[in-house]
Design a protein around this ligand. Structure first.
Ligand code: ADP
Length: 505
């Protein structure tokens, strides 16, 4: 018996599962806001809304020299940051690799490694010319360090916070529930390293602070890298759960680390495709960081890989690569999101949708321009997937590009939902009226500090994010949103936090 397969219907069905129309985006933003408010009132599993105890935003006049340690992304970074007090800074940094064994082993081993890396950095620094030639007479006999720790932490002061959970491939044992500053300080002390960790900061907060320093102010910071998360400046009066904290201020402002990567952990807000489900099932944090798994660099390649594999495995006939596969396609996590970036770059100005339906795809009906662009995509696919040239047709190249676009476009639109939610929460914008127009708000530039390879390098990611913003908050507010890279955000942000902390010492 033969079962029916209409190839184009298969492609259309997959396509439909990734689409988010205007109403879906509006509904999501409303749910996002509701989750924000729940999280500001009490502990909320879907959106932690963590008070950071950072109560102000720099304006660029800050001065001083600080060490910064950044753990939470692909690399461990140690830096020395000199804030010049004129919106500029000097920074020297060294990256260290964190092995999977360290990520998943004992926490003490991980924190010993962090301390050793700082020690190695200081030794190197002593051997080279100083970044900051003058040293204060009354400088303390320890070096103040700000730590950027990009995992969910329940912060109780600028220099203490309990690890709530690991994300992004980390799972070190005996860390969750402990104070991360103490874990690091104990490692320094065990090794007699004269460094004092004075401040703990999340990378989103770092991005916000560093953008504020170089731009003279900032409302929100957002990361679109290995993971995704956002922070913004909230009124203390609205952070209802702070009322219970004896150490918290009673008024003014405080930065909130939203931990929006956990949106949709309940699975009730966002439609998941079978690829999302498979990715989640095989991840080390099943049912956690649901929103992040739709959006960030660690996951987009994997979703695309699973989609392509389903086409290779289609019956009765394969729908791509003549049914052939390669290790990059066969192995979990082997397709890096940067490959999709390369595909999109090769496609360049090939246009959004001007490839004929794959079912009737004949290279003869392609315009010379589209043929040329598809050939460039084909070269990327051959090289990065590890195919023999003869195994990849122009049609296959068009399918890979389509798959990459589906997955990243959804990510970009959802990223816009998160940013829009902050604008709506802080009164910078209004939802559309029933007729689609937006009630006006005070016209002002809104500074958004961003960091991460996805927003920095993925072609059109910001454009798609803005498309979503226009739908949600209208074109006038969207145009007033100034999205700027928080260069070296985690280093500079940690330094700015360490400055706030040493002032209080
Ligand atoms: P982190 O968030 O870990 O500090 P990055 O911002 O560099 O670091 O993000 C790394 C993630 O971005 C990885 O998951 C990687 O797959 C992805 N990535 C790296 N280069 C690119 C690129 N050119 N385009 C899109 N994603 C990329």
């Amino acid at each position: 018996s033969q079962h029916f397969q209409d190839p184009q219907a298969v492609f259309d069905q997959i396509d439909a599962q990734f689409q988010l129309n205007d109403q879906a985006l509006i509904d999501l933003a409303k749910t996002f806001l509701a989750e924000f408010r729940l999280g500001l009132e009490a502990y909320n599993q879907d959106m932690a809304m963590i008070p950071t105890f950072v109560t102000g935003v720099p304006d660029g006049t800050e001065k001083g020299t600080f060490l910064a340690l950044d753990l939470g992304g692909t690399n461990l970074r140690v830096c020395e940051v000199v804030l010049n007090g004129d919106k500029t800074f000097n920074l020297r940094q060294q990256k260290y690799k964190v092995s999977d064994a360290l990520k998943t082993g004992e926490a003490t081993a991980l924190f010993d490694y962090l301390a050793d890396s700082v020690d190695a950095f200081l030794t190197d620094r002593a051997l080279s010319s100083p970044l900051s030639p003058t040293r204060d007479e009354d400088a303390p006999d320890f070096l103040p360090l700000g730590m950027t720790f990009s995992f969910p932490v329940e912060q109780t002061a600028l220099n203490s916070g309990k690890i709530l959970t690991w994300t992004k491939g980390f799972s070190a044992k005996n860390a969750v529930g402990n104070d991360v500053v103490k874990l690091l300080q104990d490692a320094f002390d065990r090794k007699h390293i004269h460094v004092k960790c004075v401040a703990l900061v999340n990378d989103t907060v770092g991005a916000l602070l560093s953008r504020a320093y170089t731009a003279g102010g900032c409302l929100t910071g957002a990361i679109f890298g290995t993971g995704t998360n956002g922070a913004y400046l909230e009124e203390v009066a609205k952070i209802k759960k702070l009322a219970k904290s004896p150490t918290a201020p009673k008024d003014g402002y405080m930065l909130i680390n939203t931990e929006w990567g956990a949106f949709n952990n309940s699975r009730s807000h966002l439609p998941s495709t079978p690829y999302d489900m498979a990715l989640d099932r095989l991840s080390i944090n099943v049912r956690y960081q649901a929103f992040e798994k739709f959006i960030s660099g660690m996951y987009l390649g994997e979703i695309t890989r699973l989609l392509l594999i389903s086409l290779i495995d289609a019956t009765p006939k394969p729908l791509v690569f003549g049914g052939k596969s390669t290790p990059v396609l066969n192995n979990q996590w082997a397709l890096d999101t940067s490959v999709m970036s390369d595909v999109e770059e090769a496609w360049a100005d090939g246009g959004e949708n001007n490839v004929p339906p794959f079912a009737s795809f004949e290279s003869g009906i392609l315009t010379p321009h589209v043929r040329e662009r598809l050939n460039a995509v084909r070269e990327v696919v051959v090289k990065q997937f590890g195919f023999d040239g003869a195994d990849v047709s122009l049609r296959d190249a068009a399918i890979v590009r389509w798959a990459s676009l589906l997955v990243t476009r959804r990510a970009g639109l959802l990223s816009g939902v998160a940013i829009a939610a902050v604008l709506l929460q802080t009164g910078r914008a209004n939802f559309p009226e029933p007729d689609g127009t937006h009630k006006p708000v005070k016209a002002e530039r809104i500074s958004v500090g961003v960091d991460g390879s996805l927003i920095e390098h993925y072609p059109n990611f910001e454009r798609t994010l803005r498309e979503s913003l226009r739908i949600l908050v209208g074109p006038i507010v969207e145009q007033n949103v100034d999205i700027g890279l928080a260069k070296d955000g985690s280093g500079v942000g940690a330094a700015l936090c360490a400055l706030q902390a040493t002032k209080a010492l």
